[in-house]
Design a protein. Structure first.
Ligand code: PEP
Length: 255
């Protein structure tokens, strides 16, 4: 049985003080971590405050990005070991805002980052997803197959067992236009199928695939009715403790 995950990507929002205030409020809500894992991805500079605020709780903290090299002359970058030493246990890899919008990360870079994360003991959440034009042209599944082949497929079986995948259609991120549960479920099925071809049925059955893209308390119930969807990666709606607590509450296992 795959344990569901409610994950929060805070992007470039919140200072350390605002991070502490978020957790002061969030921790007052009933603990839902018995039915799902809760992982928060704050900006790198907020990680120590987030780790400190969540000591003695099951809430887990992750980074939003790492560089693949262990150390060296890479001004402005953060290594997987540094991230781990700061107390993070997860990391996002290949978020669309890093692949397409600003940084133009390639599938090959995504693979190197995922490998570096695993080597440092971080759980990478590897993001894949098609852009609006690709979605409109009916090419979504081709894009997912290409991203899988160029990135995730390069992992070993042992490494694959340590990752989480996030299907995040770019047209749904920050637009308020969520993919329907059916679109998301079909994409997850396709990704699981690619995983089965490369890593075998059992490994594919075990890997957790999250959906991300304008998830909100108002639309999470429909997504959570889909057995293929193992949780969500939430941007905008995770910044408010009350809203994210509702998403966590809704992330229960299928009965
Ligand atoms: C994200 O940043 O991964 C995301 C899904 O953002 P939003 O929920 O705001 O669409």
């Amino acid at each position: 049985m795959r344990r569901r995950i409610a994950a929060a990507n805070w992007k470039m929002y919140k200072t350390p003080q605002e991070t502490v205030r978020f957790f002061d409020k969030f921790k007052q809500f009933p603990d839902a971590t018995d039915h799902c894992e809760v992982v928060i991805f704050p900006a790198a500079l907020d990680i120590p405050a987030a780790v400190q605020s969540t000591l003695e709780t099951p809430i887990q903290i992750g980074g939003q990005n790492i560089f693949w090299a262990q150390e060296g002359a890479y001004t402005g970058e953060i290594s997987a070991d540094m991230m781990r030493a700061a107390g993070a246990t997860w990391v996002l890899v290949g978020h669309s805002e890093r692949r397409h919008q600003v940084c133009h990360e390639t599938d090959a870079e995504v693979l190197k980052k995922a490998q570096a994360a695993i080597a440092a003991g971080l759980t990478p959440v590897i993001c894949v997803g098609e852009r609006y034009e690709e979605h409109k042209a009916g090419k979504a599944h081709d894009v997912l197959i290409r991203q899988f082949a160029g990135g995730i497929a390069g992992l070993t079986e042992e490494q694959f067992a340590k990752i989480v995948i996030a299907y995040e259609p770019v047209w749904a991120i920050g637009t308020g236009q969520t993919a329907t549960p059916q679109i998301a479920s079909e994409a997850h099925k396709l990704i699981r199928g690619e995983a089965a071809k490369r890593f075998g049925e059992e490994a594919a059955e075990n890997v957790r695939i999250l959906y991300g893209g304008s998830v909100k308390p108002e639309n999470i119930e429909g997504l959570m009715r889909e057995p293929q969807i193992d949780g969500t990666l939430v941007g905008g709606a995770s910044l408010d403790p009350d809203s994210f607590a509702k998403i966590v509450q809704a992330s229960r296992p299928l009965s």
